[in-house]
Design a protein around this ligand. Structure first.
Ligand code: SAH
Ligand code: SF4
Length: 341
């Protein structure tokens, strides 16, 4: 059976030709799917009952199911979403103080091959890439469930987006064209896949690139991220300088703060030096403890000291708010498994 969500306006128009219906019907269906986010064809009330019946014979809205939904005391919602083949990923909806901003944190892969030692997703290993339809289904699932319109998307759920770049870029285009989510409201976070960063530098991408740096030198970074042995910091730095040079865009540097490991004054100074010539903002992420790891979150005092030192170097520094910590929806805690498994 045909799945309607994920189809572009042109694809819907072609489908309507098959049905012997007008292009205008395609526009109506498009609007029901991406703006009104209905869950059933019956809800498309401006289509005649006969036409809806005909459509229902051959098509359905989605094949994706919500397996688990958890709501945090701060309003964050975490979904475990199940695709038709039984694989699951997690998607998180975050509302920041300004209620007009609804940010979806989406997954790009089931599991992740990069295997960072601090990350719950990494512990699962790589299972498979998501298709672009499966990526956008995450946002549609949120919209259908809440009745709200997502305004921002961050690729900070499970998986390494630059190792599934074709699907991520296709999803990005649909977010732009069909969801009307502007490219500047989308962020792609990567562990630092250098050839793909170079590829992105050549594209006209208007979205923000965020780099998971997490350490100021090779030795510390290699301990957290095995990918440092393949794509080391000094080469990453060159790629980032070229990226900024080619695109003119400011990048975001993500840095998790782990108690006694990478949160010292020396680390802050070394990081400031490393980032000196790179046009970037810095986002400090208090580490969210994950089972089976030895790492602990930095104290608030150490976080503030670290922030102060970096700010002193002239960078804009933010500390990421912890959202959904009570439902394990905070950054890096998404394993994609239900607790009962
Ligand atoms: N694979 C990509 C995007 C997904 S992870 C990447 O690594 O960038 C999104 C962010 O959450 C990354 O910066 C990642 O390093 C961070 N993260 C992972 N586990 C975390 C944890 N336990 N606590 C805090 N941040 C974590
Ligand atoms: Fe993969 Fe990102 Fe987790 Fe590293 S932090 S294992 S790259 S999802």
């Amino acid at each position: 059976m045909l799945v309607l969500s994920g189809l572009s306006l042109v694809e819907l128009e072609n489908l309507m030709l098959d049905f012997g219906a007008t292009k205008f019907r395609a526009k109506q269906i498009h609007n029901w799917i991406y703006s009104k986010s209905v869950s059933s064809i019956d809800e498309m009330t401006n289509l005649s009952k006969d036409f809806r019946e005909e459509l229902k014979q051959r098509a359905k809205i989605t094949e994706t199911k919500i397996k688990i939904k958890q709501v945090s005391s701060d309003g964050t919602i975490k979904y475990l979403i199940e695709y038709p083949d039984g694989e699951c990923v997690e998607t998180v909806l975050m509302r920041f103080d300004n209620r007009a901003n609804l940010t979806a944190c989406v997954s790009s892969q089931v599991g992740c091959a990069v295997n960072c030692s601090f990350c719950a997703t990494g512990k699962r290993g790589f299972i498979r890439n998501l298709t672009y339809q499966e990526i956008i289904e995450q946002v549609l699932t949120i919209q259908r469930d809440t009745g709200l319109k997502v305004t921002n998307v961050v690729f900070m759920g499970q998986g390494e987006p630059l190792l599934n770049l074709d699907n991520v870029l296709k999803a990005l285009k649909i977010f732009n064209d069909d969801f009307q989510i502007g490219a500047r409201r989308i962020t792609i976070s990567t562990s630092g896949i250098i050839p793909k960063i170079r590829e992105l530098a050549q594209s006209e991408l208007q979205s923000t690139l965020a780099i998971s740096l997490h350490a100021p030198n090779h030795i510390l970074r290699a301990e957290l991220m095995p990918i440092e042995n393949k794509y080391p910091l000094d080469e990453l730095k060159k790629a980032l300088l070229d990226y900024v040079d080619k695109t003119g865009r400011r990048i975001t540097i993500e840095y998790i703060l782990i108690h006694g490991f990478n949160d010292t004054i020396d680390c802050a100074k070394e990081l400031a030096y490393f980032l000196k010539n790179i046009k970037c903002n810095i986002n400090l992420i208090p580490y969210n403890a994950v089972d089976d790891t030895k790492y602990k979150k930095s104290s608030n005092n150490d976080i503030m000291k670290f922030k102060y030192l970096l700010e002193h170097s002239g960078k804009k520094v933010t500390v990421r708010l912890e959202r959904g910590a009570d439902i394990d929806a905070a950054c890096g805690q998404l394993s994609g498994r239900s607790k009962s498994e």
